[in-house]
Design a protein around this ligand. Structure first.
Ligand code: NAP
Length: 256
Protein backbone atom coordinates (compact mmCIF):
# COMPACT_ATOMS: atom_id res chain seq x y z
CA UNK A 1 0.00 0.00 0.00
CA UNK A 2 2.95 2.35 0.62
CA UNK A 3 5.54 1.24 -1.91
CA UNK A 4 7.53 4.25 -3.13
CA UNK A 5 5.97 6.38 -0.38
CA UNK A 6 8.36 8.05 2.04
CA UNK A 7 7.16 7.89 5.64
CA UNK A 8 8.87 9.85 8.42
CA UNK A 9 8.14 8.58 11.94
CA UNK A 10 9.28 10.36 15.10
CA UNK A 11 9.81 8.35 18.27
CA UNK A 12 10.49 5.22 16.22
CA UNK A 13 12.95 3.94 18.81
CA UNK A 14 10.29 2.75 21.25
CA UNK A 15 6.68 1.75 21.89
CA UNK A 16 4.00 2.93 19.46
CA UNK A 17 6.50 4.52 17.05
CA UNK A 18 8.58 1.34 16.76
CA UNK A 19 5.49 -0.81 16.10
CA UNK A 20 4.26 1.75 13.55
CA UNK A 21 7.59 1.61 11.71
CA UNK A 22 7.40 -2.18 11.44
CA UNK A 23 3.76 -1.99 10.24
CA UNK A 24 4.66 0.53 7.51
CA UNK A 25 7.65 -1.61 6.53
CA UNK A 26 5.30 -4.51 5.92
CA UNK A 27 3.54 -2.21 3.41
CA UNK A 28 6.86 -1.57 1.64
CA UNK A 29 7.22 2.07 2.77
CA UNK A 30 10.54 3.87 2.50
CA UNK A 31 11.15 4.84 6.10
CA UNK A 32 12.90 7.68 7.90
CA UNK A 33 13.04 6.77 11.58
CA UNK A 34 13.96 9.27 14.27
CA UNK A 35 14.66 9.11 17.99
CA UNK A 36 17.46 9.83 20.42
CA UNK A 37 18.43 6.27 21.30
CA UNK A 38 20.53 5.04 18.38
CA UNK A 39 20.71 1.45 19.60
CA UNK A 40 16.93 1.18 19.84
CA UNK A 41 16.51 2.84 16.45
CA UNK A 42 18.81 0.21 14.98
CA UNK A 43 16.69 -2.56 16.53
CA UNK A 44 13.55 -1.05 14.94
CA UNK A 45 15.33 -0.62 11.60
CA UNK A 46 16.45 -4.25 11.64
CA UNK A 47 12.86 -5.43 12.27
CA UNK A 48 11.67 -3.21 9.40
CA UNK A 49 14.32 -4.54 7.04
CA UNK A 50 13.23 -8.10 7.84
CA UNK A 51 9.76 -7.14 6.54
CA UNK A 52 10.67 -5.60 3.19
CA UNK A 53 14.42 -5.73 2.64
CA UNK A 54 14.58 -1.91 2.49
CA UNK A 55 17.09 -0.24 4.78
CA UNK A 56 15.39 2.58 6.72
CA UNK A 57 17.11 5.91 7.11
CA UNK A 58 18.01 6.28 10.80
CA UNK A 59 18.11 9.83 12.15
CA UNK A 60 19.42 10.37 15.67
CA UNK A 61 17.89 13.67 16.75
CA UNK A 62 16.56 15.46 19.80
CA UNK A 63 13.24 17.09 18.98
CA UNK A 64 13.79 19.66 21.72
CA UNK A 65 16.57 21.20 19.62
CA UNK A 66 15.44 23.28 16.62
CA UNK A 67 18.65 22.47 14.73
CA UNK A 68 17.99 18.73 15.08
CA UNK A 69 14.40 19.17 13.89
CA UNK A 70 15.64 20.99 10.79
CA UNK A 71 18.22 18.24 10.23
CA UNK A 72 15.46 15.59 10.28
CA UNK A 73 13.72 17.20 7.30
CA UNK A 74 16.94 18.07 5.47
CA UNK A 75 18.41 14.56 5.64
CA UNK A 76 15.07 12.92 4.78
CA UNK A 77 14.70 15.04 1.64
CA UNK A 78 18.38 14.67 0.74
CA UNK A 79 18.03 10.88 0.97
CA UNK A 80 14.61 10.25 -0.59
CA UNK A 81 13.87 13.53 -2.44
CA UNK A 82 10.27 13.47 -1.25
CA UNK A 83 8.00 13.10 1.78
CA UNK A 84 4.54 11.52 1.67
CA UNK A 85 3.64 10.84 5.29
CA UNK A 86 4.69 12.57 8.51
CA UNK A 87 3.86 10.75 11.72
CA UNK A 88 4.34 12.99 14.74
CA UNK A 89 4.47 10.24 17.34
CA UNK A 90 7.27 11.15 19.77
CA UNK A 91 5.99 12.44 23.07
CA UNK A 92 6.60 12.46 26.81
CA UNK A 93 4.35 12.03 29.83
CA UNK A 94 4.67 13.35 33.37
CA UNK A 95 2.35 13.38 36.35
CA UNK A 96 2.15 17.04 37.31
CA UNK A 97 -0.45 19.40 38.74
CA UNK A 98 -0.88 23.14 39.25
CA UNK A 99 -0.01 22.79 42.97
CA UNK A 100 3.52 21.69 41.93
CA UNK A 101 4.02 24.91 39.97
CA UNK A 102 6.71 22.86 38.22
CA UNK A 103 7.47 24.99 35.19
CA UNK A 104 10.43 22.83 34.23
CA UNK A 105 8.12 19.88 33.65
CA UNK A 106 5.55 22.13 31.97
CA UNK A 107 8.13 23.55 29.54
CA UNK A 108 9.60 20.13 28.81
CA UNK A 109 6.18 18.65 28.00
CA UNK A 110 5.24 21.55 25.75
CA UNK A 111 8.65 21.57 24.07
CA UNK A 112 8.42 17.93 23.01
CA UNK A 113 4.67 17.40 22.66
CA UNK A 114 3.74 20.67 20.96
CA UNK A 115 6.61 22.98 19.94
CA UNK A 116 8.73 20.38 18.15
CA UNK A 117 5.70 19.07 16.26
CA UNK A 118 4.81 22.58 15.14
CA UNK A 119 8.33 23.17 13.82
CA UNK A 120 8.82 19.75 12.20
CA UNK A 121 5.44 19.93 10.48
CA UNK A 122 6.05 23.50 9.33
CA UNK A 123 9.31 22.46 7.70
CA UNK A 124 7.61 19.44 6.11
CA UNK A 125 4.74 21.42 4.53
CA UNK A 126 6.45 22.26 1.20
CA UNK A 127 7.22 18.58 0.60
CA UNK A 128 3.82 17.33 1.80
CA UNK A 129 2.21 19.88 -0.53
CA UNK A 130 4.23 18.52 -3.44
CA UNK A 131 3.23 14.92 -2.67
CA UNK A 132 -0.36 15.74 -1.56
CA UNK A 133 0.74 14.00 1.60
CA UNK A 134 -0.62 13.17 5.02
CA UNK A 135 0.12 14.13 8.63
CA UNK A 136 -0.83 11.84 11.50
CA UNK A 137 -0.41 13.25 15.01
CA UNK A 138 -0.24 10.80 17.89
CA UNK A 139 -2.27 12.53 20.56
CA UNK A 140 -4.10 10.97 23.50
CA UNK A 141 -7.55 10.52 25.00
CA UNK A 142 -6.22 13.10 27.46
CA UNK A 143 -6.39 15.71 24.70
CA UNK A 144 -10.15 15.33 24.49
CA UNK A 145 -11.16 14.38 28.04
CA UNK A 146 -10.03 16.10 31.24
CA UNK A 147 -7.78 14.13 33.59
CA UNK A 148 -6.91 15.66 36.95
CA UNK A 149 -3.58 13.92 37.60
CA UNK A 150 -1.58 15.03 34.57
CA UNK A 151 -2.83 18.47 33.60
CA UNK A 152 0.14 19.83 31.57
CA UNK A 153 0.29 16.58 29.55
CA UNK A 154 -3.45 16.78 28.88
CA UNK A 155 -3.13 20.45 27.90
CA UNK A 156 -0.30 19.60 25.49
CA UNK A 157 -2.40 16.94 23.77
CA UNK A 158 -5.39 19.32 23.57
CA UNK A 159 -3.08 21.83 21.88
CA UNK A 160 -1.93 19.12 19.49
CA UNK A 161 -5.54 18.23 18.64
CA UNK A 162 -6.34 21.84 17.86
CA UNK A 163 -3.22 22.04 15.74
CA UNK A 164 -4.61 19.03 13.86
CA UNK A 165 -7.91 20.80 13.20
CA UNK A 166 -6.35 24.16 12.26
CA UNK A 167 -3.72 22.59 10.02
CA UNK A 168 -6.32 20.39 8.32
CA UNK A 169 -8.24 23.56 7.50
CA UNK A 170 -5.08 25.32 6.35
CA UNK A 171 -3.82 22.49 4.12
CA UNK A 172 -7.05 21.06 2.71
CA UNK A 173 -6.87 23.34 -0.37
CA UNK A 174 -3.48 21.74 -1.06
CA UNK A 175 -4.96 18.24 -0.71
CA UNK A 176 -2.88 17.50 2.39
CA UNK A 177 -4.83 15.63 5.08
CA UNK A 178 -4.12 16.02 8.81
CA UNK A 179 -5.55 13.79 11.55
CA UNK A 180 -4.91 12.77 15.15
CA UNK A 181 -5.17 9.40 16.80
CA UNK A 182 -6.18 9.59 20.47
CA UNK A 183 -5.27 6.36 22.24
CA UNK A 184 -6.25 5.30 25.72
CA UNK A 185 -3.74 3.26 27.72
CA UNK A 186 -1.13 1.30 25.79
CA UNK A 187 1.68 -0.56 27.58
CA UNK A 188 4.97 1.10 26.61
CA UNK A 189 7.98 2.59 28.40
CA UNK A 190 6.33 6.02 28.66
CA UNK A 191 5.19 5.52 32.26
CA UNK A 192 8.53 4.19 33.53
CA UNK A 193 10.26 7.13 31.83
CA UNK A 194 7.88 9.44 33.68
CA UNK A 195 9.33 8.11 36.91
CA UNK A 196 6.22 6.14 37.88
CA UNK A 197 7.23 3.12 40.00
CA UNK A 198 6.63 -0.29 38.38
CA UNK A 199 4.06 -1.27 41.04
CA UNK A 200 2.00 1.84 40.25
CA UNK A 201 2.23 1.19 36.51
CA UNK A 202 0.92 -2.32 37.15
CA UNK A 203 -1.95 -0.83 39.12
CA UNK A 204 -2.79 1.60 36.31
CA UNK A 205 -3.01 -1.28 33.84
CA UNK A 206 -4.99 -3.40 36.29
CA UNK A 207 -7.51 -0.54 36.60
CA UNK A 208 -7.65 -0.23 32.80
CA UNK A 209 -9.50 -3.56 32.74
CA UNK A 210 -12.45 -1.67 34.21
CA UNK A 211 -11.99 1.81 32.77
CA UNK A 212 -11.50 0.52 29.21
CA UNK A 213 -14.86 -1.04 28.46
CA UNK A 214 -13.39 -3.78 26.29
CA UNK A 215 -11.68 -5.04 29.46
CA UNK A 216 -8.05 -4.28 28.65
CA UNK A 217 -5.55 -1.68 27.51
CA UNK A 218 -4.71 -1.34 23.82
CA UNK A 219 -1.60 -2.71 22.14
CA UNK A 220 1.09 -0.96 20.13
CA UNK A 221 0.11 -3.09 17.12
CA UNK A 222 -3.54 -1.97 17.32
CA UNK A 223 -2.37 1.63 17.54
CA UNK A 224 -0.07 1.20 14.54
CA UNK A 225 -2.98 -0.21 12.54
CA UNK A 226 -5.11 2.91 13.12
CA UNK A 227 -2.15 5.17 12.28
CA UNK A 228 -1.70 3.21 9.04
CA UNK A 229 -5.39 3.67 8.25
CA UNK A 230 -5.19 7.45 8.78
CA UNK A 231 -2.09 7.63 6.58
CA UNK A 232 -3.56 5.50 3.81
CA UNK A 233 -5.90 6.11 0.89
CA UNK A 234 -8.53 4.16 2.85
CA UNK A 235 -9.13 7.36 4.82
CA UNK A 236 -8.90 9.61 1.74
CA UNK A 237 -11.93 11.73 2.76
CA UNK A 238 -10.98 12.07 6.45
CA UNK A 239 -9.23 15.23 7.61
CA UNK A 240 -9.18 17.30 10.81
CA UNK A 241 -10.36 14.27 12.78
CA UNK A 242 -9.33 13.19 16.28
CA UNK A 243 -9.86 9.44 16.25
CA UNK A 244 -10.29 7.93 19.71
CA UNK A 245 -8.81 4.43 20.06
CA UNK A 246 -9.41 3.48 23.68
CA UNK A 247 -11.55 0.36 23.96
CA UNK A 248 -14.50 2.57 24.95
CA UNK A 249 -12.76 4.32 27.86
CA UNK A 250 -14.20 7.69 26.78
CA UNK A 251 -17.70 6.28 27.28
CA UNK A 252 -16.94 5.33 30.87
CA UNK A 253 -17.80 7.67 33.69
CA UNK A 254 -15.16 6.24 36.06
CA UNK A 255 -11.65 7.70 36.02
CA UNK A 256 -8.70 5.93 34.41
N1 NAP B 1 1.45 4.56 25.92
C1 NAP B 1 0.27 5.13 26.13
O1 NAP B 1 -0.55 4.69 27.00
C2 NAP B 1 -0.13 6.32 25.33
C3 NAP B 1 -1.46 6.75 25.39
C4 NAP B 1 -1.87 7.85 24.66
C5 NAP B 1 -0.95 8.52 23.85
N2 NAP B 1 0.34 8.11 23.82
C6 NAP B 1 1.27 8.87 22.97
O2 NAP B 1 1.94 7.99 22.10
C7 NAP B 1 3.19 8.57 21.71
C8 NAP B 1 4.28 7.51 21.80
O3 NAP B 1 4.43 7.15 23.15
P1 NAP B 1 4.83 5.70 23.63
O4 NAP B 1 3.80 5.27 24.60
O5 NAP B 1 5.20 4.84 22.49
O6 NAP B 1 6.10 6.11 24.52
P2 NAP B 1 7.63 5.62 24.57
O7 NAP B 1 7.71 4.14 24.43
O8 NAP B 1 8.20 6.27 25.77
O9 NAP B 1 8.25 6.28 23.25
C9 NAP B 1 8.41 7.67 23.15
C10 NAP B 1 9.24 7.96 21.93
O10 NAP B 1 9.38 9.38 21.81
C11 NAP B 1 10.74 9.68 21.63
N3 NAP B 1 11.07 10.98 22.21
C12 NAP B 1 10.66 11.50 23.40
N4 NAP B 1 11.20 12.69 23.60
C13 NAP B 1 11.99 12.95 22.53
C14 NAP B 1 12.84 14.02 22.15
N5 NAP B 1 13.00 15.11 22.92
N6 NAP B 1 13.50 13.94 20.96
C15 NAP B 1 13.35 12.86 20.18
N7 NAP B 1 12.57 11.82 20.48
C16 NAP B 1 11.91 11.86 21.64
C17 NAP B 1 11.50 8.58 22.32
O11 NAP B 1 12.79 8.52 21.77
P3 NAP B 1 14.11 7.92 22.55
O12 NAP B 1 13.63 6.72 23.30
O13 NAP B 1 15.02 7.56 21.43
O14 NAP B 1 14.58 9.00 23.44
C18 NAP B 1 10.64 7.37 22.00
O15 NAP B 1 10.98 6.85 20.75
C19 NAP B 1 3.39 9.77 22.63
O16 NAP B 1 3.11 10.95 21.92
C20 NAP B 1 2.38 9.56 23.74
O17 NAP B 1 1.96 10.76 24.32
C21 NAP B 1 0.77 7.03 24.53
Amino acid sequence: MFSNKVVLITGASSGIGAATAVRFASESAKLALTGRNLENLQVTAQKCQEKNNLKPLIIKANLDLDGDVKYIIDITIKTYERLDVLINNAGIFFVSNPEDANMEVYDKIFSTNVRSIYLLTSLAIPYLTQSKGVVVNVSSLAGLRPFSQFIPYSMSKAALDHFTRCLALHLAPKQVRVNSINPGLVPTDIFRRAGIPDADVELIFEKSKESHLLGRAGTVEETAEVILFLASEKSSFVTGETLIMDGGCHLNTTAL
